[in-house]
Design a binder for this molecule. Structure first.
Ligand code: ZN
Length: 376
């Protein structure tokens, strides 16, 4: 097994790319979807079940873990991989995004962000240096730079100032990260929806030099059209020979559209969160298991799906356990949704390898347009 972090491109189809990120903890096939394990667990899933869906890598959240159980405690217990029983790669975010969305009484300065915990009101500080320290204590394989992500809409001036601050923080993140063979630090491009600001950000990041690059500041309420418009140019501004990660995306059609525009990695809580609220993703679109139409239906969610929920249980059963608020409902629906997402990624990787991504995209949209099977 490799002791270095590396990325190799195997094939392209249009702008879509497929390849492999190699790490000492295993390979990540790209395009990759990363399930979100916020508090050292992908909710309702055993780690071995997450692996069985086809995931090569998980995402952990710095903000949540630093507050509870704390990075220091996880480090003392052998690191996040051992703590949560997942021995494959883990990417952690920097905490920057969640501190802005979840914490109380935030104060942003050049140094970083001071805030109060949303859990117990305790005071904390996140800075590039502290974020790098926490992610090292967790043992994260892919570490994200500490950045600031302005909420959209914002004025061009505010976006420019925020991007420039994030670039200064990227430099401090790189210095604080130090030399760590086998581990990667990713820079995060900012600049909102503005092509020239995105270009400036990409250039500043490449001057510093990172093992991978994220497109940040999207999927924050701008809508799919604006996001895709930005993805027409943003990935092209980043190095071709490094992985490109679109943070916090998304719905299945967002994911296919992002891969079509040159993105290699994505993460989102949507498949797991939806599994707990009864929303189910299939090839034929979205269905809601709590709907009464399913209560007498002996058919699976998707007859073409190989997950345990589809192989062994009827829509009627899944409807019943959801309505009864049985824990197995979250387990089965989350498993199905994660399985569907990983199947989608595998399908895209195969299509890119065979240079038929345009065809894949067309089939994906026309199959979804059919909608769910008719009620019995
Ligand atoms: Zn299934």
């Amino acid at each position: 097994m490799t002791q270095e972090f590396s990325f190799s491109l195997a094939a392209t189809s249009g702008k879509a790319r497929t390849g492999t990120i190699s790490t000492p903890r295993g390979d990540i096939r790209t395009p990759a979807f990363m399930p979100v394990g916020t508090a050292a667990t992908v909710k309702a899933m055993m780690p071995e079940s997450v692996r069985a869906t086809g995931a090569d890598i998980l995402l952990g959240n710095t903000y949540h873990l630093m507050l509870r159980p704390t990075a220091e405690r996880i480090a003392a217990l052998g690191g996040l991989h051992k703590f949560m029983n997942w021995d494959r790669p883990i990417l952690t975010d920097s905490g920057g995004f969640q501190v802005m969305s979840l914490a109380d009484l935030r104060k942003l300065t050049e140094e970083g962000v001071a805030f109060k915990s949303h859990i117990d009101g305790s005071k904390h500080m996140l800075s590039p240096e502290r974020s790098m320290e926490i992610q090292r204590l967790l043992g994260s394989d892919i570490v994200m730079c500490f950045d600031e992500c302005p909420a959209l809409p914002a004025t061009r001036d505010d976006i420019a100032k925020s991007m420039e601050l994030s670039m200064r923080w990227a430099k401090r993140s790189r210095t604080a990260f130090g030399e760590r063979p086998g581990y990667a630090l990713f820079g995060i491009q900012q600049g909102g929806l503005e092509e020239d600001l995105r270009a400036q950000s990409a250039e500043a990041l490449q001057d510093i030099g990172f093992e991978g690059y994220a497109v940040g500041g999207l999927a924050v309420g701008e809508g799919q059209e604006a996001m895709f418009n930005t993805l027409e140019f943003a990935p092209d501004q980043l190095p071709k020979d490094k992985p490109r990660y679109l943070m916090g995306v998304g719905k299945p059609d967002d994911i296919v559209g992002a891969v079509a525009r040159g993105i290699d990695m994505m993460d989102c809580v949507l498949p797991s969160r939806s599994g707990r609220t009864g929303q189910v993703f299939t090839r034929l679109g979205v269905l809601n298991i709590k709907n009464a139409r399913h209560q007498d239906d002996p058919r699976p969610l998707d007859e073409n799906c190989g997950c345990p929920a589809c192989k062994n249980y009827s829509r009627a059963y899944l409807h019943h356990v959801f309505r009864s608020q049985e824990i197995i409902s979250s387990m089965l629906l989350t498993w199905h949704n994660l399985h569907y997402y990983q199947d989608l990624m595998a399908g895209m990787r195969a299509a890119i390898t065979e240079d038929r991504f345009t065809e894949f995209e067309r089939d994906f949209h026309s199959t979804r347009a059919q909608g769910d099977i008719d009620p019995l």
